[in-house]
Design a protein around this ligand. Structure first.
Ligand code: BTN
Length: 240
């Protein structure tokens, strides 16, 4: 794996996408700070230099069948590492990682398309490791940071090394078998099944109410609508 480190950059995802063709498969692009950190649904990802993780992986697997599930694979790997700090991570479908119901990690995957074909993805992940309460409270949604949850400063290099090691350990299996390969581990961190939830689509203020029933073998969310009809949700923001 090649690692590219930047002190400050607009966004590790933007850099990886712009330079995708010249970057080798499995390159890790890491920054101490991002001036234009991006989240899902065109949201801002607060990326001040506070010893947090801002990482993008350039992935060009031969088998692209399950490429969309790599975000969920990354969420499981992150939850596994967080758990070693004696916190109890939760995964909020599809791939947010929370601690105490507050977001600690966000994942943004962007496909790179050439000649109408997917040539790979940039898998970006931001993990709040060391932030002060004031910065956390300035975020417009419930958020937290590992140092605030544990009461101790987190060694970013150690966390990063463990994260990358764990990610590559089962990467080939995740690519080959998709969500089914790590479904059992994913479900360990899910606590919204059986509850009333709301789904909001990116370009829509409307929140649709359902009961979360299950996660299927492709990583989609199975819900019951208010008339008890089953529906599969393929994308969106889960609120509960
Ligand atoms: C989300 O909205 O939950 C996804 C947040 C993803 C943030 C990471 S930080 C590293 C990479 N570079 C970006 O600009 N975004 C991702």
């Amino acid at each position: 794996m090649e690692i590219l480190k930047f002190k400050s950059i607009d966004s590790t995802n933007t850099y990886s996408k712009t330079n995708f063709d010249c970057l080798k498969d499995k390159t890790a692009v890491i920054a101490d700070e991002q001036t234009n950190g991006r989240g899902r649904f065109e949201r801002v990802w607060v990326s001040k230099n506070c010893e947090n993780i801002y990482l993008s992986l350039v992935l060009k697997p031969q088998n692209i069948r399950y490429i969309a599930n790599l975000t969920q694979y990354m969420s499981v790997v992150t939850a596994d590492i967080l758990q070693t700090y004696n916190v109890q991570p939760q995964i909020k479908w599809p791939n947010d990682v929370l601690v105490n119901n507050k977001k600690i990690c966000g994942i943004l995957s962007e496909s790179v398309i050439k000649n109408n074909q997917i040539s790979g993805i940039v898998l970006g992940i931001g993990i709040n490791l060391n932030m002060d309460a004031k910065t956390i409270n300035s975020i417009d949604r419930p958020a937290t940071s590992l140092n605030l949850e544990t009461g101790q400063k987190i060694d970013k290099e150690v966390f990063l090394q463990n994260l990358l090691e764990a990610f590559w350990k089962n990467y080939d299996n995740a690519v080959q078998y998709g969500f089914e390969y790590f479904k059992k581990d994913y479900l360990k961190y899910v606590d919204f099944l059986g509850k009333t939830i709301f789904i909001q689509q990116r370009d829509n203020d409307k929140k649709e109410q359902y009961i979360a029933k299950n996660i299927d073998n492709q990583g989609n969310l199975i819900v019951l609508d208010p008339t008890n009809n089953e529906k599969i949700i393929y994308s969106g923001d889960l609120i509960y």
